[in-house]
Design a protein around this ligand. Structure first.
Ligand code: HEC
Ligand code: HEC
Length: 389
């Protein structure tokens, strides 16, 4: 169900009020509500209601914002270091595409926040796809993958691009045959899965690797764990806006800054080609037309341009979009409304978004091609440090 769907019940004019009620309800510190006017020392741009001192005293942040928890384990196959390293080799290997041109990393490039820096991805034969490559960083926390949420596990997701004619254009048979012909892959799959390479096991290894692509140690995480000096004054003001006046936390909530639900912001339609119906293609529910899954905001500064179709080139453009209450679209979510941010507030909000960048994970180093090795390469140092369970 799309949140935008409730637009029938709630007239857009009342939306701002609705948004604020949500926020008040989410506040953990009742104290935060009883001081209506900022004290004299407070900077003028600080929103009414929450001061930096109050923010620093909150034991828990509103909206479930907090440090990244441990990665949820895979349902039916435990990770081990050899499986993860096999997945890393596969992720960076262009032989996984029919024409041996594109690897997963062609569109999920570690140097570009595991996205590709393009408004829309370039697929098989150099043709442009309809959507932007989302980051794979922290995708392990999502229970709905793709912009329309059509896959629910990373294993299921990984088969998508491999088999899609417009992407890697493989078949299960061809993938198996090709990997079996590479002796070291053959040996490695035997060691990890007790059988020769198959699509299913390749997807499992890749998913195990993706579960290590997490970024728990950014300035925001340190702040949320109690180091109150980990964010600057501007970033803290941005956080106050995020949970208050700008109301971003309505949808970007929880430790990953996404509700993993679908909303229509009305950013579609500026790009050439047929209308992207978004979640509607999966649910068949008319209210989901043009709704897309809320993306995580972690590492957002690493992966411009933004939105499912790369409409906005910079975070400044994204914040301007929200500030004006989105563009004209009668069906857009009632949770989007005019914010009336000052220039200082916009820049504080962006400073906060930039504080959501974590340390690059170990798997950011591209893996060397396998065919030259005769035995599984040794597991590189550092894998143990990932703390996988
Ligand atoms: C041609 C570019 C391209 C290639 C190659 C590619 N992807 Fe993607 N990837 C995309 C695009 C575009 C999307 C979003 C598609 C959509 O939402 O319909 C996506 C979505 C994803 C997601 C979903 C993230 C989330 O939670 O929303 C994951 C995970 C992912 N890809 C992993 C992979 C893996 C693993 C491979 C290799 C087997 C791969 N991709 C190959 C372009 C690519
Ligand atoms: C109604 C729910 C909702 C609210 C409120 C909301 N967002 Fe979003 N946000 C989304 C959705 C959904 C998308 C993806 C939309 C698309 O691609 O069409 C998105 C995309 C983004 C992106 C682009 C990320 C990327 O990887 O492309 C940024 C940045 C962002 N939002 C920041 C914010 C900020 C800052 C606020 C507060 C001013 C905010 N959002 C308020 C739901 C919301």
């Amino acid at each position: 169900m799309s949140e935008g769907g409730s637009s029938k019940d709630v007239p857009p004019a009342r939306a701002p009020r609705l948004g604020r009620w949500f926020l008040l309800a989410g506040l953990t510190s009742a104290q935060a509500l009883v001081r209506p006017v900022p004290s004299l020392e407070s900077p003028p741009s600080e929103p009414v209601g929450i001061t930096i001192e109050m923010l620093d005293q909150m034991a828990r942040l509103p909206g479930g914002l907090g440090p990244l928890p441990p990665v949820p384990p895979s349902a039916d196959h435990p990770p081990d270091e050899a499986k993860i390293e096999l997945g890393r080799r596969l992720f960076f290997d262009p032989r996984l595409s029919r024409d041996r041109v594109q690897s997963c990393a062609s569109c999920h490039d570690p140097r570009k926040g595991f996205s590709d820096g393009r408004p829309r991805a370039i697929g098989f034969g150099g043709r442009e796809l309809a959507r932007r490559s989302p980051s794979v960083l922290n995708a392990a926390y999502n229970n709905r993958h793709f912009w329309d949420g059509r896959a629910s596990t990373l294993e299921q997701q990984a088969e998508g691009p491999l088999l899609a004619a417009a992407e890697m254009n493989m078949s299960a048979d061809l993938l198996g045959v090709r990997l079996q012909a590479i002796p070291s892959y053959n040996r490695w799959f035997q060691a990890v899965f007790g059988g020769s390479p198959t699509l299913k096991n390749a997807a499992r290894a890749i998913a195990a690797f993706e579960r290590t692509l997490v970024t728990p140690d950014g300035p925001f995480d340190a702040y949320a764990r109690g180091n109150k000096d980990a964010l600057t004054v501007n970033e803290k003001r941005g956080l106050i806006l995020f949970i208050g006046k700008a109301a971003c936390v309505q949808c970007h909530n929880g430790p990953t800054f996404t509700d993993c639900r679908f909303h229509r912001l009305g950013v579609s339609g500026k790009t050439p080609g047929p209308e992207d119906v978004g979640r509607y293609a999966v649910s068949g529910d008319n209210q989901d037309r043009g709704a897309f899954r809320t993306p995580t905001l972690r590492n957002v500064s690493l992966r411009a341009p933004y939105m499912h179709d790369g409409t906005f080139g910079t975070l400044e453009e994204v914040v301007d979009f929200y500030d004006r209450g989105g563009d004209v679209d009668p069906q857009k979510s009632p949770l989007i409304f005019e914010l009336g941010l000052s220039e200082q507030e916009k820049s504080d909000l962006i400073a906060f978004l930039r504080s959501l960048t974590g340390q690059p994970p170990f798997g950011s180093t591209p893996a060397p091609p396998l065919e030259m090795t005769t035995a599984p390469a040794p597991v590189p140092p550092g894998m143990r440090a990932l703390g996988l369970r």
